[in-house]
Design a protein around this ligand. Structure first.
Ligand code: ADP
Ligand code: ZN
Ligand code: ZN
Length: 828
């Protein structure tokens, strides 16, 4: 029977999302006095349980009495204007449903901390606020004073100070007036480096005003040194965009006093700010470079695609100048008054990239990523919301910003796995979410860009779902890097250092150093995985059912597939070359550094991996040092691959291709190709041809031959047929369920039981349960269950419902109550 909604015209209800993992949103009654002000997207203060209070966001106001819940009244309305638009509410709803989490969890990830108030919130006095409270009303004053004395207050303490019904609105105003912060917001681990930047006073933004200043202003005619400094500033600003005080003084050969003179006259301004943050008045848009004819064609093709399709994949080889094409597109949408979201993987969001965009779009841009303080985030949030910021450059979380009129989303390096959030919920893929998000705005286009597209996107493009534009030559007719392989079997040595850096690689490094060139050595990040690998030819035994490498369990002396759980006896004879030697040595980046010291004691070397760049600014600093050639040899993991444009690198060495090619992952070949092609792309970008040397024992490995030929389509064709054969994405959609518990037996039985419950309906789609390679994390044992489902939206939807239902069933049983089940949709 179709349910007929009860309508109660006398009572107004509000469905409110609160920042908790509640399966459903709760509903509160809106009392008469708030009925005028409450609207979707506004925050309201609500009571949950006995005395927990939260600031939640209203999703819907309506007249339908909810079925079961006893409804309490909304306590306060915190915002006169919504903090998010309708589109954000719909995006949250979609994300929660698609990625199997709650709207509360999505909201918690989306909103800056300052918007999130709850009984647990701790307020901290803002030391910068001083003690001038003259512009506060009585209630604000009472709290501010208490904060000033005590430095910190919990919400219940504020409740004691004030009439309890008023607390949240007062706090909200104090946060807006910057008297206090939400403590969560201060838990920052990263302290961005502040530098003083110089900018022209907005009074002189127009050409006419500037001309008058330079030609007619008496104050300058008498101060020649200041005039020179100003001219130098204008020169750098036009050629390089942003300039710091230190750089300017150095480049102009001027002193602090001269600069001070110009600042006192109100001609220049100095502002302290985060190094990679953009500020200043909205400058003219200045896109003053020419596209090459290949780029021009690509841009035209993209525009043509957009007349009939909303999504376009730009497959442009490394250094083809994709960014320049993006800049042209951004310019176009900016001039049409639309907003633009330009997404990059977190690590690629370097000062280098930011500078490149800043140069053209100045104050129209906002940068948004996880390293920014909550204050900075809220600033951008507000500017995006009221349209002052038109272009947002950001990592995946930037898609939560409250865009009002989004016209274009660029997803650069669309293949990058860091677009997928792993932990915590929402475990979303930012590229896919962006594609859904675009559908919420009128005529919003999505451009995916990559030198090595994900198989999924390329498949969609060849199937005609997306447009496909190719840009197959590097900008400035620079040749593609030349790739050579070094057969490690020929150089095997008893000395480890000589295995790490084989003789041909050492010679090439020496040659580069002699030429004053720089070298990048790439070693894969993933640590030691116990494989059985033929030490002669690199062969790794594979699972017959899953087409993935088997891992070796020493304890049981067995090979195990960590997808389906099938175990095999250890292999004694290599199926490929017939040898019997299965030892495998893996070396970490420290070992490589030692080898370098041994062979190149005079070279300046540095290491870039997660461990070495944890500290403040370390990553930024390393890149800068390398750019300025303070480092000759950079040893790095995946981090060196991302979006960097180093001019002087002539050699890239990939130290252990065998390791890259043997991950136990159905995407191993795709990833290996992407990785090696991207690393190679760092070589010889500007001056002359770069060289890439790959150390391997598998000279004939198809992926290596494809990398050598830069043959993406070859790779694609091989892989796509295997994906079809083994029913992997893009032919299926994967939902991975991870079970966690402190007791190994409990988690194993729970996963078995769960698989059993699903098997009648989904048997043929189930793989596992099996132990993952890392089977214990923070004292919790893990089991995984994989569902490879057909792409039909209906099946998918139903299956998600069934999974959630089975989780509830599982938790009914006492033994399994504490088993955590984590669904991950479209994991990578
Ligand atoms: P990709 O992102 O495709 O790897 P980039 O956009 O980084 O390539 O371009 C490679 C280099 O070529 C950059 O240094 C860029 O400034 C330069 N370049 C590309 N196109 C142009 C152009 N039209 N005019 C001037 N320089 C360009
Ligand atoms: Zn072999
Ligand atoms: Zn298997």
């Amino acid at each position: 029977m179709a349910s007929i909604k009860n309508i109660d015209n006398t009572t107004l209800y509000a469905e409110v999302i609160i920042p908790l993992a509640l399966p459903l949103n709760y509903t509160w009654v809106v009392p008469q006095r708030f009925q005028e002000t409450v609207q979707p997207g506004c925050r309201v203060e609500v009571n949950l349980g006995k005395n927990k209070r939260y600031a939640g966001v209203v999703k819907r106001v309506h007249h339908e009495p909810p079925d079961f819940v006893e409804t309490k009244e909304v306590l306060n309305v915190l915002d006169a204007q919504p903090v998010v638009y309708e589109q954000q509410l719909r995006l949250w709803e979609w994300m929660a449903r698609y990625y199997m989490c709650t709207e509360g969890e999505v909201m918690a990830a989306a909103l800056p901390a300052h918007f999130k108030l709850s009984s647990e919130t701790i307020l901290v006095f803002n030391e910068e606020a001083g003690d001038d409270f003259t512009n506060l009303d009585t209630e604000e004053y009472l709290v501010a004073e208490a904060l000033h004395i005590r430095r910190e207050l919990r919400l219940p303490e504020v409740q004691q100070i004030l009439d309890a019904t008023h607390v949240y609105p007062v706090i909200n105003r104090l946060i807006q007036k910057r008297i206090c912060y939400v403590w969560e917001a201060l838990k920052e681990t990263y302290n961005p480096k502040k530098e003083t930047y110089i900018a022209l006073h907005p009074d002189y933004d127009s050409e006419a005003a500037l001309e008058r200043l330079l030609n007619e202003d008496k104050r300058l005619q008498r101060a020649e040194k200041q005039m020179q400094l100003l001219l130098a500033y204008l020169h750098f600003q036009r050629t390089e965009g942003e300039i710091t005080k230190a750089e300017l003084l150095k480049k102009a050969g001027a002193t602090d006093a001269h600069l001070k003179g110009l600042i006192e006259k109100g001609i220049l301004i100095a502002e302290k700010r985060t190094v990679d943050r953009i500020k200043g008045a909205a400058k003219q848009i200045e896109v003053n470079f020419e596209l090459s004819s290949a780029q021009e064609n690509a841009l035209q093709e993209i525009s043509d695609v957009f007349t009939s399709k909303n999504i376009c994949l730009l497959h442009g080889v490394t250094s083809s100048g994709k960014t320049e094409i993006y800049i042209r597109l951004i310019e176009r949408y900016l001039k049409a008054g639309r907003q633009i979201l330009y997404m990059l993987p977190e690590i690629a969001l370097t000062a280098q990239t930011i500078r490149r965009l800043e140069k053209h779009f100045g104050g129209h841009i906002g940068v948004y990523h996880s390293k920014f303080s909550q204050n900075e985030r809220i600033e951008i949030w507000n500017k995006v919301k009221d349209g002052r910021v038109k272009v947002v450059l950001g990592a995946r979380s930037a898609l939560f910003l409250p865009f009002d009129d989004l016209g274009l989303i660029i997803c650069d390096e669309e293949h990058d796995t860091s677009y997928k959030q792993m932990e915590p919920a929402p475990r979303y893929h930012a590229r896919d979410t962006a594609i859904y998000m675009a559908s919420l705005y009128e005529d919003c286009k999505v451009l995916l860009g990559s030198a090595t597209p994900s198989l999924e996107s390329y498949y969609n493009a060849t199937a005609g779902k997306y447009g496909l534009v190719k840009l197959m030559q590097r900008y400035g007719d620079i040749a593609m890097p030349e790739i050579e392989m070094i057969d490690t079997r020929r150089y095997r040595s008893a000395n480890d250092a000589e295995n790490i850096l084989t003789q041909p690689l050492r010679e090439a490094i020496q040659a580069a150093l002699n030429d004053q060139k720089q070298v990048i050595l790439f070693q894969n990040r993933r640590g030691y995985t116990p494989y059985q690998r033929c030490s002669t030819c690199g062969w790794v035994p594979q699972c017959r059912h899953c087409d993935v490498s088997l891992t070796y369990h020493k304890f049981y002396n067995k090979l195990v597939c960590h997808y389906c759980g099938t175990s095999y006896p250890p292999v004694i004879t290599c199926a490929r070359c017939g040898n019997h030697d299965f030892i495998q040595k893996q070396f970490g980046t420290e070992k490589i550094e030692e080898a370098l010291k041994e062979f190149f004691p005079d070279a300046r070397t540095a290491r870039m991996d997660i461990d070495s760049v944890k500290g403040k600014n370390a990553h930024h600093q390393l890149i800068q040092d390398f750019e300025q050639h303070k480092i000759d040899i950079l040893v790095g993991t995946q981090m060196v691959v991302k979006g960097l444009d180093f001019e002087n690198v002539s050699l890239v060495g990939i130290l252990d291709a065998d390791g890259i090619l043997s991950f136990a992952d159905f995407r191993v070949n795709e990833r290996a190709y992407q990785l090696m092609e991207q690393v190679s792309g760092r070589a010889g970008r500007k001056h002359g041809k770069g060289k890439v040397l790959i150390q391997t024992s598998q000279m004939q490995h198809p992926v290596l031959l494809q990398v050598k030929q830069h043959d993406y389509t070859g790779l694609y064709e091989n892989e796509i047929s295997k994906r079809e054969q083994f029913f992997y994405p893009p032919f299926s959609r994967i939902i991975k369920l991870t079970f966690k518990n402190k007791q190994k037996e409990v988690v194993r039985d729970a996963a078995q039981l769960f698989a059993g419950a699903l098997s009648s309906k989904y048997g043929k789609y189930l793989t596992g349960p099996a132990e993952p390679i890392v089977n214990k994390v923070r004292n919790q044992y893990l089991m995984e269950l994989l569902l490879k489902l057909p792409r039909s939206a209906k099946v998918l939807e139903q299956c998600k419902k069934d999974i959630l239902y089975q989780v509830a069933v599982l938790h009914q049983e006492k033994r399994y109550k504490s088993v955590i089940v984590i669904p991950d949709v479209d994991g990578v």
